[in-house]
Ligand binder design. Structure first.
Ligand code: OAD
Length: 231
């Protein structure tokens, strides 16, 4: 079975109603990364950090996967599919995709501040000061903050190196190390980039840019790859 590797970013969830980070209406226009998404922020004002992620998590309980997430599931009929996502939402899971690697953590999980191996599923949206792990330490969002290592990146590199087809959907490709993953894909491998605002990309061989929203571009590409439609 051919291996399809898909790298997704906030853009694939935009049509579900989840805000992207950059761009005119992006989250980082209203919040400063240093104040809500960094270890220093957590030290300075953990309540504010929890509140920021509580709002994101609350919203996640109210939205659903869109046509882009759903179309990717169909690829599993014919291909070995691995999704590497920068997203902390669970919309790929809820759409039904099987193999998902979260590079930047997961909003619906919390983890211990003394033992990073202690990770807990959150059944409801609020995570509060005083919510503790079984060793008695405060729980934090299970999110990779700016300035922190990305533990899953080595696994991601191994996955992309073996891609027969590589698809990038809805990411501005500015946050490293995720943005560097495409450089590990072999030159011969066909690559697709689906993003309505994609700029020209230089130095990447065999790249097809599809300037459409995920909800339209992904189902079309999936049909094409399944040998059913025309692009
Ligand atoms: P960005 O907000 O940086 O980029 C979103 C991309 O999605 C842009 O290129 C948009 O053009 C595109 N886009 C918007 N609507 C779309 C649609 N309907 N269909 C397809 N594409 C669409 O988000 P990311 O690249 O995911 O990290 O951001 C990377 C990381 O930066 C995030 O994981 C997060 C953030 O800070 C952390 O919080 C650690």
């Amino acid at each position: 079975m051919k291996r399809i590797v898909i790298l997704t970013g906030a853009g694939i969830s935009a049509e579900s109603g989840v805000k992207t980070f950059r761009g005119s209406n992006g989250l980082w226009n209203n919040y400063r990364i240093e104040e809500v998404a960094s270890p220093i922020a957590w030290e300075r004002d953990p309540k504010l950090v929890l509140e920021f992620y509580n709002q994101r998590r609350k919203q996640l309980f109210e939205v659903n996967p869109n046509a882009g997430h759903k179309a990717l599931v169909k690829l599993e009929k014919k291909f070995n599919v691995k999704i590497i996502t920068q997203n902390v939402d669970d919309l790929h899971e809820r759409a039904g995709s099987e193999n998902i690697l979260h590079l930047h953590g997961e909003l619906k999980k919390a983890r211990s501040t003394v033992d990073s191996g202690l990770v807990y599923e959150l059944k409801d949206w609020p995570l509060n000061i005083g919510d503790k792990c079984e060793q008695g330490s405060q729980l934090r969002p299970h999110i990779v903050w700016f300035g922190e290592a990305v533990p899953a990146i080595m696994d991601a590199i191994q996955i992309v190196k073996r891609a027969d087809i590589f698809i990038v959907i809805g990411t501005s490709m500015v946050v490293y190390p995720a943005a560097g993953l495409i450089n590990y894909v072999s030159d011969e491998t066909p690559k697709y980039l689906i993003d309505p605002n994609a700029e020209e990309v230089s130095g990447i061989r065999n790249l097809t840019i599809i300037r459409k929203k995920a909800g339209e571009g992904v189902p079309e590409l999936v049909e094409e790859l399944l040998g059913l439609g025309k692009l």
